[in-house]
Structures are given as C-alpha cells and as structure tokens.
Design a protein around this ligand. Sequence first.
Ligand code: ASP
Ligand code: MG
Length: 408
Amino acid sequence: MSLIVQKFGGSSVANAERVFNVADIITKAYSQDNDIVVVVSAQGDTTDDLIAKAKEINGDASKREMDMLLTAGEQISASLLAMAIEKMGYPVVSLLGWQAGFHTSSAYGSARIKRVVPDRIKKELDKKNIVIVTGFQGLNRYNDMTTLGRGGSDTSAVAIAAVMNADLCQIFTDVEGVFTADPRKVKNARKLDVISYDEMLELASLGAQVLNNRSVEMAKKYGIELEVLSSMTRKPGTIVKEAKKMEKMLISGIARDDDVARVSIIGVPDKPGLAFRIFSKLSAKNINVDLILQSVGRNGTKDISFTISQANLKDTIEILNPYVELIGATNVVYDDKVAKVSIVGAGMETHPGIAAQMFEALYEADINIQMIATSEIKISVLIKRDDADKAVSAIHNKFFSETEPINP
Ligand code: ASP
Ligand code: MG
C-alpha cells in the first residue's frame, strides 16, 4: 500500500463532467489499495471571478477580507468533488486547510506555510476515507484564514507530500507535462520524461507556467519527486526530481518571457561606484534588475543597460531621470518591445559550445541579440519582441531537430 498525494488544478475540476473525471482518477488509485490525499484548486476561473466581485464592492478591500473571500473558491471545489466521490460509492471526506493542519505566516494574500500538522488527515486515512483538502490556504496565528498567493495549491500538495512522506505526488493539470518549448507555439515541441528541480525552477521563472515556483523549491528541499500530468489524457507525464538521479539533458527547454523592458543610461561617467549607486537606488524601491550590460568606456563615458519587468518601467524612469543629471550622465532611454528568450539545461555545465549553437540559430534566422546573460544551466538573450516566435522556433530546431538525439 502506498500513500499518494494527487493535486488537481482549476481546469481539471472546471465543471460537473470534469469533477466526475477527476473522481474517477482518484477512486481508481484508491481501489488499487492506496491511501489517497487529494489537494484541489478552485474551479476554472473562480478565483479571478471572486477578485472581480470584490472590486465591484471595494477596490481597496483589506487583504484579510480578500483571503476570507478567496478561500471560499477551494471550499466549493473540494466539497463538490467529495460529493461526486460519495455518489460513486466511495468513503470520502473534504477538509479545509485549517482542518488539514495548515499553519501559515500571517501575511494575508501571500502567506508562507509554517508547518502542517496532519493529525486529522491521518485519522481519516485510518478510517479508509479518501481525503480531499482545499489547496492554497491555511490558518495564521490570529486564527484567520490566509491564502498562499496565486497558484498556491501546488505548494499545498507538496507540503502534504513532504510532511506525510508520500510515495508519490502527482500534479494533474491541463497539459501532458513539461515541454521543450510552448507546445501551442512550437509544433514539434516534445514532452520531457524527466527534468531536474533546478531546470524546472528556471523554466517556471522564465514563464513556462506549469508548476508554481514555490512548490518546486519545496519539493527540492524535501526531495519529493513530482509527476506533472494531464487529468484529461491520463498519459504518463514529466517527472521532476534531483539532477543527480538522472541522465542530465544537454538542453531541457526553451522559454520566452515577454514581461521585460530594457532601460539604458547613456553617457555615464566612467568612474568607480556609479553602477553601485544606480542599482542601489532601484533596489531600495524593490525593483528587481535582471540582465545587465555595461559598455566599454570610451571618451570617459560608458552606457549601462539593464532589464526589468514591465510593471516597474514607469517607476524606474521616474527614479532615474532626476538622478541622471546628478551623476553627470547624458540621458535615459528605454525599449518596452523586447523579449527574453532562454535555453535551460543541466548538461550545459559540462558541454562547451552550447552558447555558440544558440547564437548560430539566431544568426541564421537574422535576429539581432541586444543583451546576453548566462548561468550554469541557462543562457538568456534579449531580442526584439517581434522576433521572439521566430527565435524560439529557430533555437528549438537547432537543439531538437528530428535527426539529432535529445540526449547526446
Ligand atoms: N485558486 C488559486 C488561484 O487560482 C490557487 C491555485 O489555483 O493554485 O490562484
Ligand atoms: Mg486556479
């Protein structure tokens, strides 16, 4: 007998038919003599709809009241799913986050899980019940309900798997797993059988929206293997696990991020300390800088360019404009029609020449590179947003052409 944690995202339980589809998946696993704990998200767009409802009443509602509202979404899906399982003749109980023992920090809207005390879950499993738990929520030290931030149900599932030492943690969603590129855009994108935590974290933060970042961090910390799979097709999905335990892929995937803007400070005097002063101004306002490029000094001045998220553009320009004069730079310019395209692969570390191959693909597609950044398992380039589709396809073809093996 195994303990299996199964998490179902909002699209998997969006309507009655899908609720019964999920109930079928759950009861099949239960019938194979397993203990089953299910974590469920709110149905379909429920969370967005609730936020819209709140705005109709009060655009400035307190975070506490927002959490009071949003936790209701998961309460609905959990109870409906339990009713479907009841109807199919299986023993089941649904629990809210606090009943399932989720203790969180007090930060409404972005609470952190502090600990999970799964006594009630264990008691229900001993009674042979299938246990359904509302994702995305817990209780803080004021006995108020909190939510974990958008997409937080993945983290709820991983937390239960970690604290109960589950044998398997399955994250059911509406895609068949993690792909080498966005399958809606790149027609020969392939599903990966396995990917490491670190690669998954890079891909998630680069905009491959399959798993919530915090859930992957937590899975990595506690060594929980995850399987990402589709509740619709029920085919084997992608396993996310420690890189040590797998044959490292040269390149696992290509991600694209449109939420970037490039800012350049032109004519910065070429002397020590200015980069420090500029970037500390931004960090003091919590503005996160991503790629950075400094030109070689010429005639006593240099240019400093960097990227930020679109939402920070206005603030950044407002902060820098008066400052530019103060430090004796010429002016600030920006470009918000750019995109960041990145390749991620744990095998990069030991294989030179990956960057050259990526740049060759871009050159062959006649795409100009504005900025470059590299880490051990990632290479990112900044390009014109209009070129991004073409860039992803060209790079994908370079690394995943039909003839070349994916695992050299
Ligand atoms: N229902 C919440 C959201 O939409 C939590 C989740 O789906 O994981 O963000
Ligand atoms: Mg959702």
